[in-house]
Structure formats: structure tokens, C-alpha cells
Write a protein that binds this ligand. Structure first.
Ligand code: NDP
Length: 370
């Protein structure tokens, strides 16, 4: 875990020198006047490392605030409820959180627990009548993802996945350029996503809790990125796994996978997902009329990149602040981000991960229908 944090913090270091900008690119703010509308009341579930980052980022949100906590660790409830001013009546554990049903101070729950717990926890939140925001990967396979989509539909609540890059200004600018045809016909995407995983005892290396290894955790960024950079859904995948440390990366926990995807237009993608290499956070995409390269491409930022037209200059804004204000805009105003963050979007990535694992097993080309 610490090496993941070190890696992502390295990516953030260059942000320290930036002047403090108050929401310089808050794409959801409609005016400079103080926001008067409703606040999205969010309970955080799973008070671990990423929830800590989300909680800090939410302090700068204009439209979302922390109003509840769900944790299996009483000492964290004590600490976090004081720090974020959450009353004890809005704090729960994993046994009793169904009671949020009767809590008008909670509109949505952000599920930030290990991947293997997402499905059941999200479905319980939906059954309690609250919107679900769930971290990526939404579950551990497409079947779980679809069950979550169905449960949220049945409960008439929204299911939104933590795809923070869909709100990140440089990423959004590149997607706009692609939609405007500035790259011409998109032809090739290369994605490299990985870091050294560190501590062998963590849940990320436990098949039951993680659902896999690097692919579920970090490779998913290259999958999702290939789709939003090329603007198409893949129709086939091939994949090859390399395992150099079978003690650490046990059966079903992938260390390094290279994978290739083919798209209906004839565009292709070539990607690498790993838990055993450092500093892999790079996207490249080329089309008939131009190119873009981003490095870092999906870390906490600042994202850096350039296209055939020059550097990407959109300012850095804490991703999770934009994301949570964006989620509020989606829930309250129906305002969609440039690429969806809904459960169906999550299921697409899960179908591709399922196909990649099958391709590794069979050694063949696996066709997919997204
Ligand atoms: P952590 O291990 O730091 O935190 C997970 C928390 O979940 C724990 O602290 C614990 O909180 C709770 N939990 C409940 N049951 C278990 C269990 N059986 N084992 C371990 N923890 C448990 O993980 P992260 O915060 O790094 O990751 C959580 C989720 O967020 C994952 O799905 C991950 O993929 C995603 N993530 C997304 C990122 C992004 O950029 N979008 C970045 C990092 C992670 P408590 O003690 O309160 O119960």
C-alpha cells in the first residue's frame, strides 16, 4: 500500500508549486455567486486510505458534503466523526447500516471498501433507498456489476462508479478534441498502468477481496482510457500474463498482463497492467490527423500531456472535488459528464476484464459484445 501511495504522491508533488486557485475549472459551477441549492448528503463507507483522500477533497466541494460514516473500526468512527463533524446518529457499522433507510441526512453512500465487498454492500444501500456511489472496479466480474445495476434500477436509485478521470479537465479536453474530430479517425491507443504493490499481506493481493490483481485495481484505467480516448467499444481482446513471483501473486491474482483490444473501426489498443513495475502511468493515442500523449495520465495529478497542437494547459483541480460536485450535478440536475459514470459504464469495463482473464487462460482471441 505504501508504495502505491508513494507512487501517486510523486505524481502530485509538482502540484505543490501551483498558486491556490479556487475551483479554477469547476465545470459544474454556473456562476461565481455563492451556491444556494441543495447539498448532496454523502455517507462514506470504508474509512481507509482512499476514503481519506475523498473526505479531504470533499471539504472543497460546493454541492456535496459528508453527513454519514460507515466503518467496521469504532476508533475511526470516533476520529472521523469529530474531524468531519458527523453526528453519532449518522454513524453506522457493517451490521447495522441498513438503518440509513430512516436517516433523512443521507442521500447517497460512497462505497470505498475492498472490491469483493462492493456488490453486496451496494445492493444493501440501494435497498435502503439511497443512491450508490461505488469505487472502481464496481465488483469482481460483469455478473456482479449487472446485479448491482439491476438492484439500483429496482430501488429507483442511481448507481455511479468512481471514475474520477471523467471529470478531470485535461482528460475532458482531450475527449472533446476527439469528439470534434481533431485527431481525425482514431487508430491506435497505448495504455500503461502499474506500480509496485508492496506489502504482500494486503487485501489487494487476496483473490476473494480483490477479485484479481493489478488488472482490477490499475489495469482498469487503461481499459477505461482506451474506450474514452478512441471513442469506441472493443469487439475482441487477446492477453498474455507474466508471473515472476507466484508466492506473492497467487492463483487468480495477476501480476503483469499485456493485452490487446480491437475496435469496430479497425482501431487497436495495446496495454500493460502491472503490480510489479514502477512509474507506469502513460496514455498515447494517434489518429489520422493528430495525436495525444499523457504522462501521468490517471494518477491524482497534475495530469500532464500534449497533443499535435501543443501542451494541455488546463489547470489542476483535485479530482475528487470535481468528481463529487459532478456527482451532485448529475443527481440533482441530470447533468451528465462527458463520458458516463453510471453502472452500465462500469459493467462495460467488467465485461472487458472478464474477457481478458479468459484470453489469458485460453491463449486465444476472445470476442466481446459490450
Ligand atoms: P484501504 O485498504 O486503504 O481501505 C479499505 C477500507 O475498507 C478499510 O480501511 C476498512 O475500513 C474497509 N474494510 C471493510 N472490510 C474490509 C476488509 N475485509 N479488509 C480490508 N478493509 C476492509 O483500501 P483503499 O481505500 O485503497 O481502496 C478501497 C477501494 O477504493 C477499492 O475498491 C479501490 O479499488 C478503490 N480505490 C480507488 C481509487 C481511485 O483513484 N478511484 C484509488 C484507491 C482506491 P473500516 O476500517 O472503516 O471498515
Amino acid at each position: 500500500m505504501s508504495s502505491r501511495r508513494n507512487f501517486i504522491e510523486k505524481l502530485t508533488i509538482s502540484a505543490v508549486g501551483l498558486p491556490l486557485l479556487a475551483h479554477p475549472t469547476n465545470i459544474f459551477a454556473t456562476s461565481e455567486a455563492p451556491y444556494q441549492g441543495p447539498m448532496l448528503k454523502v455517507a462514506l463507507m470504508g474509512l481507509g486510505s482512499y476514503a481519506g483522500r475523498v473526505a479531504e477533497a470533499m471539504q472543497d466541494c460546493k454541492r456535496a458534503k459528508i453527513t454519514g460514516l460507515i466503518s467496521g473500526t469504532p476508533s475511526k468512527i470516533t476520529e472521523w466523526s469529530e474531524k468531519y463533524n458527523v453526528p453519532k446518529k449518522s454513524c453506522y457499522n457493517y451490521e447495522d447500516f441498513d438503518k440509513i433507510k430512516n436517516n433523512p441526512d443521507i442521500d447517497a453512500v460512497y462505497v470505498i471498501t475492498p472490491n469483493g465487498l462492493h456488490k453486496d454492500q451496494s445492493i444493501r444501500v440501494a435497498k435502503a433507498g439511497k443512491h450508490v456511489i461505488c469505487e472502481k472496479p464496481m465488483g469482481i466480474n460483469a455478473e456482479e456489476g449487472q446485479a448491482m445495476v439491476d438492484a439500483c434500477k429496482a430501488a429507483n436509485v442511481k448507481l455511479l462508479i468512481g471514475y474520477r478521470m471523467h471529470f478531470e479537465p485535461k482528460t475532458v479536453a482531450v475527449i472533446k478534441m476527439r469528439k470534434d474530430g481533431e485527431f481525425g479517425k482514431t487508430k491506435f491507443f497505448q495504455g500503461q498502468s502499474g506500480f509496485n504493490i508492496g506489502d504482500p499481506t494486503q487485501w489487494r493481493l487476496d483473490k476473494e477481496l480483490a477479485g484479481g490483481g493489478a488488472m482490477m485495481d490499475i489495469g482498469i484505467y487503461s481499459i477505461n482510457g482506451a474506450r474514452y480516448m478512441l471513442g469506441e467499444e472493443p469487439v475482441w481482446v487477446t492477453a498474455q500474463e507474466t508471473k515472476t513471483d507466484p508466492e506473492k501473486f497467487k492463483e487468480g491474482v495477476d501480476e503483469t498482463i499485456q493485452f490487446q483490444m480491437g475496435f469496430p473501426s479497425g482501431a487497436v489498443a495495446n496495454c500493460l497492467s502491472t503490480y510489479n513495475m514502477s512509474n507506469l502511468d502513460r496514455f498515447f493515442m494517434t489518429g489520422t490527423d493528430g495525436f495525444v500523449e499523457m504522462q501521468p495520465s490517471t494518477g491524482y495529478g497534475p495530469i500532464e500531456g500534449r497533443t499535435h497542437k501543443g501542451p494541455l494547459t488546463q489547470p489542476h483541480v483535485t479530482h475528487q472535488t470535481l468528481q463529487m460536485d459532478g456527482v451532485a450535478a448529475l443527481i440533482f440536475d441530470g447533468k451528465q459528464p462527458i463520458v458516463p459514470v453510471d453502472g452500465e459504464e462500469g459493467v462495460k469495463d467488467m465485461k472487458i476484464i472478464d474477457a481478458i482473464f479468459e484470453a489469458v487462460k485460453t491463449g486465444g482471441k476472445v470476442e466481446i459484445k459490450i
